[in-house]
Ligand binder design. Structure first.
Ligand SMILES: Cc1cc2nc3c(=O)[nH]c(=O)nc-3n(C[C@H](O)[C@H](O)[C@H](O)COP(=O)(O)OP(=O)(O)OC[C@H]3O[C@@H](n4cnc5c(N)ncnc54)[C@H](O)[C@@H]3O)c2cc1C
Length: 386
């Protein structure tokens, strides 16, 4: 790193210190590559999120922080956990299954700071509370409002769903899903420790996750809805949440429905939500953020054909997203039949959730196995053919 007045020069500048940015920084720092993270927030900072970490995410964290065992990482990040899942249609209970893998629930304010602290412990540099004024992609310079300039060789855009970097470039715009959520004290919502999903009015997907003294409860909207808040309030009241007016509401978006090229020309790599890696069925995005962040670092460390290498290393994430988009559309258009089938074969829930969400990414072969073995849509297809 060389410093000339207020101009800094790094091989890699990472914009955003969420899971994707910190994972990228950690891997670069392990190899002593000159890099820094710029974040507009000051850590620890909050982030709207259910905080659900399946087993695959804990294992990925262990790869990122190899000094810690899987059990130590679980203990470090967990504020709650669940080993069962339930589904409701509106308020009507449909089906429940116990799970073999444990789903850890974390608090993002703590989790993201844990990763940043680890990055710093490796000697990583982070500039917090920064305000970017302009990026010159030709000169490869980032100009801050306070006059500081950062020169880079590679830029990693890890600045979330509404990525500032993305908005400066002529790349595909995201089609976002919208969420409204609340942290409800357990005394105001008489529920259990299941991971609970609600299909609400056949259009929205709601959830309730236990989070220590709270339940994290919310509703997702596949497209912008002007009366989303009113619909969420109605949902909360129907499922039995009391004293909603005492709680603060949080809103957020996810790029669930978009699949994009994960780079722009050679020098800009998009990771995490900025690269639209979150998955469309459950909104899971932490695993994808950590994974893509690491792959960006490995591609840069590889040195040659960085963009192509990165696209190749993240292909499984995009493929899984494609499969789950198909799956999600089918589930929503056939939810009656799906629930009927799941009630008959509750074992299939554990198979899908444990095997294909808990332990690894969902892929094409999982989709084919699922359709063939559980006959979810086969009967429907036969009926249509007759
Ligand atoms: C309601 C909801 C529930 C969710 N539940 C889950 C869940 O249970 N499990 C799960 O795995 N995923 C969940 N997700 C998804 C998950 O939160 C995201 O996929 C994940 O946070 C993406 O990480 P990231 O590092 O890409 O971005 P982020 O975590 O969003 O981090 C982006 C960082 O960039 C910084 N930044 C933004 N703009 C700028 C700028 N202009 N300059 C500098 N810095 C900037 C921000 O301050 C932030 O620190 C949920 C999402 C939502 C909305």
């Amino acid at each position: 790193m060389s410093i000339m007045s207020r101009e800094f020069c790094y091989d890699v500048v990472i914009i955003g210190g969420g899971p994707s940015g910190s994972a990228c920084g950690i891997e670069l720092q392990k190899k002593k590559k000159s890099c820094c993270i710029l974040d507009k927030a000051t850590f620890p900072r909050d982030k709207v999120c259910g905080g659900l970490l399946p087993e695959k995410t804990i294992h990925l964290l262990h790869e990122l922080i190899p000094e810690k065992t899987v059990e130590e990482i679980k203990k470090d990040v967990m504020i709650d956990c669940s080993k069962s899942i339930s589904f409701y249609y509106n308020t009507e209970f449909q089906v429940r299954s116990s799970l073999q893998t444990e789903f850890i629930i974390t608090e993002r304010k703590f989790f993201d700071n844990y990763l940043i602290d680890y990055y710093k412990s490796l000697g990583g540099v982070i500039y917090e509370g920064v305000k970017i004024q302009h990026i010159d992609f030709v000169k490869k310079k980032i100009y801050l409002v306070d006059g500081t300039i950062y020169q880079y060789q590679y830029l990693v855009a890890a600045d979330g769903v509404n990525s500032y970097v993305r908005r400066q470039l002529p790349v595909k715009k995201f089609q976002n899903v919208f969420f409204v959520e609340y942290d409800i004290k357990k005394e105001d919502f008489n529920h259990n420790s299941d991971l609970t999903f609600f299909v609400y009015q056949g259009k929205q997907l709601g959830w309730s996750f236990p989070k220590g003294k709270y339940y994290n409860v919310g509703l997702g909207f596949p497209k912008y809805e002007s009366n989303a808040i009113e619909i969420t309030k109605a949902f909360m009241s129907e499922i039995g949440v009391k004293n909603l007016e005492r709680y603060s509401r949080k809103g957020a978006q996810l790029p669930n429905l978009t699949i994009v090229k994960p780079y722009w020309k050679n020098q800009v790599l998009f990771v995490g939500d900025a690269g639209s890696f979150s998955e469309p069925m459950t909104g899971e995005g932490i695993y994808q953020a950590l994974y893509s962040g690491r792959m960006a670092a490995f591609s840069i460390l590889n040195g040659k054909n960085v963009a192509k290498k990165y696209a190749k290393l993240t292909k499984t994430l995009r493929q899984s997203k494609r499969v789950l988009s198909l799956f999600q559309k089918k589930l929503f258009s056939h939810y009656n039949q799906v629930f009927k089938r799941l009630k008959k074969h509750p074992y299939s829930i554990h198979k899908v959730v444990d095997g294909h969400i808990g332990k690894r990414l969902f892929n094409y072969s999982n989709l084919i196995t699922f359709f063939l073995s559980y006959k979810l849509f086969r009967d429907e297809w036969y009926k249509k053919r007759k």
